[in-house]
Design a protein around this ligand. Structure first.
Ligand code: NAD
Length: 430
C-alpha cells in the first residue's frame, strides 16, 4: 500500500544508514524506545539526524600539490538549543560515524540537562602525518565551508579525537574574521587566553574519575586497593591516569595508537607524561614492559577505561574482560553484541553518555562564561562539574536499580526522555 512516501517509490537510503557505527547508535535507541514505551512518532524523528553537511576541503599541501579532504558536520537535534559536539580528525571518519556521535551527544546533553542538542563533525585525515601549517589550512578552510550551519546559537564545536585547543583557536579566529568581531563563544575547548575555560582540557578525564569513585564506593572498593588499565593516552586517557594515580589507584597498563605497556607494580604516570610530552613514544617508556595493544583491554584490573576509539569491546573480546568496573571514556567503545555478553557478568558499566559527559558539561560552562564575558575560577568549575556529574550518576543509578535496567539503558532512557519530551511540547512544525 502507498503510505504517501514518494508516490509509492522507495525512499532513498541516506548514506549514514549503511554505517555500522550509525546502526549501533540506532539499535541502542530502538532498545531504549522499547524500554520506555516511546511514542513511535517521536522515535521516527529521533532516529535520523536533523541536518548533515558534507563538504570538500581542498588545501595546498607543503609539497605544493592540492589535496581535497572530505569534511562533515552533523546536527542530530536542535530542539533543546544549539548543536554541541566535537570535531574529529581521523582517517576513518565518515558520515555514519559522525551521525552516530551526534546522536550520542543529544542523549549526553539530555542526561546532563544542558541546553544543547547533539552535534558532531570530522574530517577524514591523519593529523599525525600533517604539518602544523597543513592542519591550520585544513581547519580554516573547513570552518569557511561549514559557516552556513555554525554559530554561537546554532552549532558550537569543541575538540575531539585528533583536535585540540589550537584547532579551536583557528576556528574561533576564522569565524571572528568572517563576522567582523571577536566571537569566542563560537567554540569551546579553546585556549584560556582566548576565552577558554580553566579546567576544560581536564574536564572529561576528571568526570570519568568522579564516576569511577562512586562505582568503587558502591562496590566497597578502596581506591588504594584498585588497579586500572587505560586504552588511549590522549586528552581523556592521560587525565584519567593522572587523576586515578592521584587517588592512589595503580595504573597497570596503558596504550596508544602505536603500542602498549604494562607494569603489574604500577606505572609512574608523572614520568610517563613527561616522557610522552618530550615527544617520545609511549611504548618506549623505560618504566614498563611492552605488551600487545589488544591485551590492554583484557588485562586483569579493577577499572578498565577505554579512552580511544569506538567499537573496541566487541562480541569477540567481551567475555575476556577481567575488570570490575568498565568506565567508558571513549564514545561508543562497546558494541551491542558485547553488551549482551557483559550483561551476564558482574562488571559495573559506566556508559559513555554518562561517563565522559564532563567534557560537554565544562564546554557548557565555557559557553556561558563567553556569552556573559564573566569568568569563573578553576575551583568553581571543578566544584560545579563534580556536582553535576554526581547528580547525573545517581539519577542513572536510581533508574537502573528501580526499573532493573542495565546502566546503559537507564542512562539512554534519561537522555532520550528529555529530548522527546521537549519535542512533544514544541510540536511538529508546521
Ligand atoms: P586524543 O586524540 O587526545 O587521544 C586519543 C588517544 O587514543 C591517543 O593517545 C591515541 O594514540 C590513542 N589511540 C588511537 N587509536 C588507538 C588504538 N587503535 N588503540 C589504542 N589507542 C589508540 O582524543 P581524546 O580527546 O582523548 O578522545 C578519546 C575518546 O574520548 C574519543 O572517543 C572521544 O570521542 C572521546 N571523548 C573526548 C572528549 C574530550 O573532551 N576530548 C569528550 C568526550 C568524549
Amino acid at each position: 500500500m502507498d503510505n504517501g512516501q514518494c508516490n509509492g517509490a522507495q525512499q532513498p537510503r541516506p548514506v549514514f544508514e549503511d554505517s555500522p557505527v550509525f546502526q549501533m547508535a540506532v539499535k541502542q535507541l530502538e532498545g531504549v524506545a522499547k524500554a520506555m514505551n516511546l511514542d513511535p512518532n517521536v522515535l521516527e524523528r529521533l532516529a535520523k539526524p536533523k541536518r548533515s553537511l558534507i563538504v570538500s576541503v581542498p588545501i595546498k599541501m607543503d609539497d605544493g600539490h592540492t589535496h581535497n579532504f572530505l569534511g562533515y558536520r552533523v546536527q542530530h537535534s536542535l530542539t533543546s538549543g544549539p548543536a554541541k559536539g566535537g570535531l574529529r580528525y581521523h582517517p576513518s571518519v565518515d558520515l555514519g560515524e559522525v551521525a552516530a556521535l551526534a546522536m550520542w551527544m543529544s542523549w549526553k546533553c539530555g542526561i546532563m540537562n544542558l541546553p544543547f542538542g547533539g552535534g558532531k563533525g570530522g574530517i577524514a585525515c591523519d593529523p599525525a602525518k600533517m604539518s602544523i601549517g597543513e592542519r591550520e589550512r585544513l581547519t580554516r578552510r573547513f570552518t569557511e565551508e561549514v559557516l552556513p550551519v555554525i554559530g554561537p546559537r546554532m552549532d558550537v564545536m569543541a575538540p575531539d579525537l585528533g583536535t585540540d585547543e589550537q584547532t579551536m583557536a583557528w576556528i574561533m579566529d576564522t569565524y571572528s574574521m568572517s563576522v567582523g568581531y571577536a566571537c569566542p563563544e563560537i567554540v569551546t575547548g579553546k585556549p584560556v587566553e582566548l576565552g577558554g575555560c580553566v579546567g576544560r582540557r581536564e574536564a572529561t578525564g576528571r568526570g570519568v574519575v568522579y564516576c569511577v569513585m562512586q562505582a568503587l564506593s558502591e562496590l566497597s572498593f578502596g581506591s588504594a586497593d584498585a588497579t586500572a588499565a587505560v586504552q588511549g593516552f590522549g586528552n581523556v586517557g592521560s587525565v584519567v591516569c593522572q587523576e586515578l594515580a592521584k587517588r592512589g589507584v595503580k595504573i597497570v597498563a596503558v596504550s596508544d595508537r602505536y603500542g602498549a605497556i604494562a607494569n603489574p607494580r604500577g606505572i609512574d604516570i608523572a614520568a610517563l607524561t613527561s616522557h610522552v610530552q618530550a615527544g617520545q613514544l609511549l611504548h618506549e617508556f623505560p618504566g614498563a614492559g611492552r605488551i600487545d595493544a589488544h591485551d590492554v583491554l583484557t588485562t586483569p584490573c579493577t577499572i578498565l577505561v577505554p579512552a580511544a576509539l569506538e567499537r573496541q569491546i566487541t562480541g569477540v573480546n567481551a567475555a575476556r574482560l577481567r575488570c570490575r568496573v568498565l568506565a567508558e571514556g571513549a564514545n561508543g567503545p562497546t558494541t551491542p553484541d558485547a553488551d549482551a555478553i557483559l550483561a551476564d557478568s558482574n562488571i559495573f558499566i559506566i556508559p559513555d553518555v554518562l561517563c565522559n559527559a564532563g567534557g560537554v558539561t565544562v564546554s557548557y560552562f565555557e559557553w556561558v562564561q563567553d556569552m556573559q564575558q564573566f569568568f569563573w575560577s578553576e575551583q568553581q568549575v571543578n566544584q560545579k562539574l563534580e556536582e553535576l556529574m554526581l547528580k547525573a550518576f545517581h539519577q542513572v543509578r536510581k533508574l537502573a536499580k528501580t526499573q532493573n535496567l542495565p546502566m546503559r539503558t537507564a542512562a539512554l532512557c534519561l537522555g532520550v526522555e528529555k529530548v522527546s519530551k521537549e519535542k512533544a511540547r514544541r510540536g511538529l512544525y508546521p
